[in-house]
Design a protein around this ligand. Structure first.
Ligand SMILES: Nc1ncnc2c1ncn2[C@@H]1O[C@H](COP(=O)(O)OP(=O)(O)OP(=O)(O)O)[C@@H](O)[C@H]1O
Length: 273
């Protein structure tokens, strides 16, 4: 095993996951917005096929970290690598804006809590999914339509509504359109930023079921941000707990939930019980 790949933060990393090389490695990511230090020396490792859950109170830096993974923002310092077939882009923060956009369009999918961030609300649902395929270079109308249909179907979106505009859809359906757009190109990495927050509990459960099925069937590597421990517990193999821009604890989900070590994690877990 290459010891350089060992996560920097003392972690109860999954032994079975440690035997493969990580898909994602972030090292020493720091970011300040004026006086606010949103991230402090954060290290992240994500292994192929796993779901990493990131949990923490509001303002702990979860969304900022996810935006970095989607190359939407640049840290003050830090290194970010994705292990993609036939590519070595070095530190991804060194890429130009155009290169970042192309890389993420092709290899990284994202679902935001707020569908307005991920969708064109007045375009058709199928058109929203096709847009992602267009960015990646697909030009045939037939192929665009059939791939969009396939991704919507995999996201358990009712195909009878594929020409409806997101603005006409329920919150749960809008999240399914975002999901279809995110998985249309079979990304190496799927980022989920509070994907079920704000949905009815029953709708939330259905969307989580879809995510679990996708993860099981396609082994999509996921990073899931949520302030909801129940959601993280349902989905995640490993958990990273953040507070004030720092990682205070990480490890296997079962271990963290059953035997939290950091007082902040203990507080979170006990508050949930
Ligand atoms: N673009 C920005 N400009 C200024 N401050 C920002 C910006 N983005 C994030 N912050 C600040 O950085 C800190 C971390 O924010 P972030 O949104 O990452 O936290 P979070 O854990 O995702 O919180 P929430 O669960 O409420 O979304 C907060 O104090 C936030 O106000």
């Amino acid at each position: 095993m290459n010891l350089d790949m060992t996560p920097m933060v003392p972690a109860l990393a999954a032994p079975r996951l440690m035997q493969v090389e990580p898909l994602l490695t972030m090292q020493a990511i720091s970011k300040s917005y004026g006086e606010v230090q949103a991230l402090r020396h954060v290290d992240v490792t994500v292994y192929p096929g796993e779901v990493l859950g990131i949990v923490g109170e509001s303002g702990s830096g979860k969304s900022t970290l996810l935006r970095m993974m989607n190359l939407e923002d640049t840290p003050d310092q830090g290194d970010y690598r994705l292990r993609l077939p036939d590519r070595d882009d070095g530190n991804l923060f060194d890429l130009t804006r155009y290169q970042r956009r192309m890389l993420c369009a092709r290899h990284v999918g994202i679902v935001y809590q707020n569908p307005h961030l991920g969708l064109l609300m007045r375009h058709s649902s199928s058109g929203n999914v096709a847009e992602r395929l267009l960015i990646a270079g697909e030009r045939s109308f037939e192929v665009l339509r059939s791939k969009a249909r396939e991704a919507l179907d995999a996201s358990e979106f009712p195909l009878s509504r594929m020409d409806a505009r997101p603005i006409e859809l329920s919150g749960g359906m809008q999240q399914r359109v975002q999901l279809a757009k995110a998985i249309a190109l079979e990304p190496a990495l799927l980022l989920l930023d509070e994907p079920t927050t704000g949905l009815d509990v029953s709708v939330q459960a259905l969307v989580l079921d879809t995510l679990k099925r996708l993860q099981r069937d396609r082994r999509i590597t996921m990073v899931l941000v949520s302030h909801d421990l129940g959601v993280i517990r349902t989905m995640a193999d490993r958990v990273m707990v953040m507070r004030h821009g720092e990682v205070v604890e990480q490890g296997l989900a079962d271990q963290v939930f059953q035997d939290p070590q950091h007082p902040y994690t203990q507080q979170l877990v006990h508050a949930k019980l």
